[in-house]
Design a binder for this molecule. Structure first.
Ligand SMILES: Cc1cc2nc3c(=O)[nH]c(=O)nc-3n(C[C@H](O)[C@H](O)[C@H](O)COP(=O)(O)OP(=O)(O)OC[C@H]3O[C@@H](n4cnc5c(N)ncnc54)[C@H](O)[C@@H]3O)c2cc1C
Length: 429
């Protein structure tokens, strides 16, 4: 990999997401050598992926080059590499570009979509965990309307204009709200010769409420907002299969759709060699102690979504969200330096800053520790927080300008099929 050997201890970080970047920033200008490995050369701001999928933002505005984040850090090396295996016995990582020895290893590989073992659903549904996946979804949504225009088969046209989202968490809710706004504000203008009022948006949720992790008030208000936007919410329904056209559920309900979006869960992105059953908990996350050390190891750590830290307040593990990842990365930076200097490490304590979700224009729900509020003020808070945590001044400006423009013009100009997702289906004309 052409990484020089120095007198400094080498810390290898796998993943330049929220946790990996927070850790890297903490270790900058310290007497350690840091090697950051990521399969992408950019950091992704996942909370805004749904806006890329729905044409509200260009992908470049929610991605940031990892090399630019590290550019002024001495003793830092970035390699574009997919880590295939961790050899904990020989202290090395095995990647597609070679092997690398480490003194300390930090696994910050995040999470991937969880289909709960259903390969058929995995093969036919759309996920929204990465920028390429979001662009696929954007293309598919637009391609479906182009095809709907061509067919004279009513059932096929309806299926092309129906969108089924599995999972009523923040991702499902935000996506449904954005699709509903497209249906109302954009489709009638773009497709005047198509009866776009027939387009349907469904959320299927296996439990009895949406936004389950939030307060009752937030959940009810979000449901109210979505229903007013025309989104159909099906609670206590579980999707059992999808063959690319028909969604079957554990009830009598079935849905005909050309687009099933799977937002029903994620699982830790563990890596071969560190995925033994004794160290992996529910959700495929690596069990870590209060210092983020992976069970059984003193010098191997995990932070962020891939790590499962069980605490009194979160007995099932910290939420898989940006804040725990950032806070863990940040604190591990201090702890690694303490460890290297022979000082005792400090246990991680999660500062819960709250949860929020937006449903659409002027509509959001915010649960802070002390205050819970919904509506337009919540929407402003949601926008401010997302702009604040976005990496890069240019990205903040671009996103802000886009939002103002979209707000004033009721528009989403990034509705472009730049890279078609599928070969156009043969529509029955
Ligand atoms: C659609 C969506 C919406 C979300 N909305 C919110 C929200 O509103 N608020 C919130 O707090 N959280 C939200 N989240 C969750 C939040 O984004 C994650 O909790 C957060 O990204 C976790 O940070 P991380 O550093 O652990 O992992 P990530 O940010 O996922 O980073 C992991 C990195 O590791 C790299 N990687 C993985 N495996 C390998 C490998 N084998 N080799 C090399 N590199 C590898 C990846 O390329 C990636 O860059 C959302 C997530 C999604 C998908």
């Amino acid at each position: 990999m052409n990484i020089p050997r120095t007198s400094y201890p080498r810390i290898v970080i796998i993943g330049g997401g929220f946790a990996g970047v927070a850790l890297a920033k903490k270790l900058s200008k310290r007497e350690v050598q840091v090697v950051l490995l990521d399969k992408n050369n950019y950091h992704t701001f996942q909370p805004l992926l749904y806006q890329v999928s729905t044409g509200g933002l260009e992908p470049d505005s929610i991605a940031y080059p990892i090399r630019k984040i590290l550019k002024n850090f001495p003793n830092f090396h970035f390699r574009l590499a997919n880590v295939n295996e961790i050899d904990a016995e020989s202290n090395k990582v095995i990647t597609n570009i070679g092997e690398l020895k480490f003194e300390y290893l930090v696994i910050a590989s995040g999470a991937k979509t969880n289909y709960f073992g259903n390969k058929v659903i995995e093969a036919h549904s759309m996920a929204m965990k990465t920028i390429p996946q979001s662009l696929n979804l954007r293309s598919l949504i637009l391609e479906n309307f182009e095809d709907a225009l061509l067919t004279s088969d009513l059932n096929e046209r309806n299926a092309l204009m129906n969108f089924v989202i599995v999972g009523g968490g923040p991702t499902g809710v935000e996506l449904a709200g954005a699709l509903a706004e497209i249906k109302k504000g954009i489709l009638p203008k773009d497709y005047p010769d198509l009866d776009t009022r027939l387009a349907q948006i469904h959320i299927i949720q296996s439990s009895d409420c949406i936004l389950k992790g939030m307060s009752k008030k937030a959940s009810e208000k979000a449901e109210d907002f979505l229903e007013k936007l025309g989104v159909n919410i099906w609670k206590n329904v579980r999707v059992t299969n999808y063959d690319g056209m028909t969604v079957t559920t554990n009830t009598d309900l079935t849905f005909e759709t050309a687009t099933l979006i799977w937002a029903a869960g994620v699982k830790g992105a563990t890596i071969k060699g560190m995925d033994e059953t004794y160290m992996v908990t529910k959700g495929n996350r690596l069990l870590v102690n209060a210092y983020n050390q992976v069970k059984g190891f003193e010098h191997i750590f995990a932070v962020g979504d891939v790590a499962n830290m069980l605490t009194d307040s979160f007995p099932n593990g910290l939420p898989m969200m940006a804040q725990p990842a950032i806070q863990q990365g940040d604190q591990l930076g201090d702890n690694l330096l303490r460890l290297i200097e022979g000082k005792p490490m400090e246990p991680f304590v999660y500062k819960d800053k709250g949860v929020m979700a937006t449903i659409g224009r002027n509509k959001a729900v915010v649960d802070l520790k002390r205050f819970k509020f919904q509506g337009i003020f919540a929407w402003y808070v949601w926008m401010f927080v997302h702009l604040f945590f976005l990496i890069g001044f240019r990205n903040r400006v671009v996103v802000f300008v886009n939002w103002v423009y979209n707000y004033i013009r009721f528009d989403r100009e990034a509705r472009l099929i730049i890279r078609p997702f599928k070969t156009r289906r043969k529509v029955k004309g």
